[in-house]
Design a protein around this ligand. Structure first.
Ligand code: DOR
Length: 443
């Protein structure tokens, strides 16, 4: 019997939980309807994917899209366009906007703003503050809320929870995933003098040193263990934290970023100046290699970009007035595929870190694998394509990437969000129709 589908992706090399093989993927009503040898099937649209790999949609679980309040750097339209062009099908956005996303109304406002303007699916973090602890359990369950974010050290914006009593209250109050930025605020303040008065940006990892990160991660693990509460440690940067995290698999999941895996001090600061400045900092080769070791031995669960745009003018301010953060949502896939091609991780591991990992950690419903009934979110890539990342290609409003000029092998060719092709060959297609990500109910 012939079957009619909406879309049929023909003869791609499909990555499923069962393995990698050439197959057709059929889509109906935004979901995967069939997957396998579908020679007799028909569809309104047939897309030849021979020579291409069809991966489950890449979910970037850490981006800063700056709306509301800082739209001169980015907004939900430009940020999600950047995501779609980079092969990312869903994003989780961070709460350090203006105002901070610390209330149910602020989450609702972001969801409202995203409607009809977001190119990819999306969810928003609720920022933990000392003032909203008693509401966390209620507000974190709002549809479209990704979970709770804690800043233990000051970064961009004014969100901060750094004393044990408040941290304990947040951990006890929340039932969703808690994602934590681990830098020790006291040590940051103590060492700030190191970079005052015209210090060079290469001292950024000296001020916010490895011990600053280790102290906060250790403290968070101690609290999480005492309260018996799982936490997700964002952008881990040091060998010492990875050692700790290895011993605490039962309470903590782990994120690394492509930039911490790819760039190293001091070279990146000499070459990029404050465009290499982010928090926690890019560190030296010893730490970079330790992140790869942790990725190889299974300590790392997810790759997030920490896309954090600032304008060139802002970045041109003398350090340390220059703000921390760099773009990344559009370059996550090509940079990591280049690492796949260089043999540093397998394609299956990449998929686990960018689709299955996010689904497992955050309890995403209906995404994270190519399987019948799941959302038809697909990242179609050409593993052999040789391209150069350039600032011209970057759709982020700030218009630059720390990887400008980097040659890569492996490139996103199509981005499919719930059956709709939103990017093909570096061009956005159709209208933005991103929807809120759905999560398992925390019952
Ligand atoms: O470098 C960073 N930039 N780290 C953060 O934690 C925040 C981010 C931003 O929002 O600019």
């Amino acid at each position: 019997m012939t079957q009619a589908f909406d879309t049929l992706l023909r003869k791609g090399t499909v990555v499923t939980p069962a393995g990698i093989g050439i197959a057709d993927v059929a889509i109906r009503d935004g979901r995967i309807a069939a997957n396998g040898e579908l020679a007799a099937a028909t569809a309104a649209e047939i897309v030849d994917c021979s020579g291409l790999h069809i991966l489950p949609g890449v979910v970037d679980t850490q981006v800063h899209f700056r709306e509301p309040g800082l739209e001169h750097k980015e907004d939900l339209s430009t940020g999600t366009a950047s995501a779609a062009l980079g092969g990312v099908t869903a994003i989780f956005e961070m709460p350090n906007t203006h105002p901070s996303t610390t209330t149910a109304d602020a989450i609702a406002d972001k969801l409202h703003r995203a409607r009809g303007r977001a190119w990819v699916d999306h969810a928003f973090f609720l920022g933990a503050s000392r003032d909203n602890v008693e509401h966390l359990a209620e507000w974190e369950r709002m549809p479209g809320c990704a979970g709770v974010k804690i800043f233990m050290g000051s970064s961009t914006g004014d969100l901060l929870v750094d004393d044990d009593a408040s941290l304990r209250r947040v951990l006890q109050a929340s039932h969703r995933r808690i994602a934590v930025h681990c830098e020790d605020e006291t040590r940051l303040k103590e060492r700030r003098h190191l970079v005052e008065g015209g210090a060079p940006v290469v001292l950024h990892p000296e001020w916010r040193d490895a011990e600053t990160a280790r102290l906060a991660t250790e403290r968070m693990l101690r609290l999480a263990e005492a309260i018996r509460r799982r936490v997700h440690i964002l952008h881990v940067t040091t060998a010492e934290e990875m050692e700790l995290l290895r011993r605490h698999r039962a309470v903590a999941t782990v994120e690394v970023t492509p930039q911490h895996l790819s760039l190293a001090a001091p070279e990146c600061y000499e070459r990029l100046g404050s465009f290499a400045q982010m928090n926690p900092p890019i560190r030296d080769e010893r730490h970079r290699l330790a992140l790869w070791e942790a990725l190889a031995d299974g300590t790392v669960d997810v790759i997030g970009s920490d896309h954090a745009p600032h304008t060139r003018d802002e970045k041109a301010k003398p350090y340390p007035q220059s703000p921390s953060g760099m773009t990344g949502v559009q370059t996550l896939v090509p940079i990591m595929l280049d690492h796949v091609n260089a043999g540093r991780l397998s394609l299956l591991r990449f998929v686990d870190l960018t689709s299955a990992g996010p689904a497992r950690i955050y309890g995403i419903a209906g995404k994270g694998r190519i399987a019948v009934g799941f959302d038809a979110d697909l990242t179609v890539v050409d593993l052999k394509a040789e391209r150069k990342i350039t600032n011209l290609w970057i759709a982020s409003r700030c218009g630059w990437s720390p990887f400008d000029g980097t040659k890569v092998t492996g490139w996103p060719i199509m981005t499919v969000v719930r059956g709709q092709m939103v990017m093909r060959e570096d061009t956005l297609l159709g209208e933005p129709a991103g929807a809120p990500v759905r999560f398992w109910e925390s019952l």
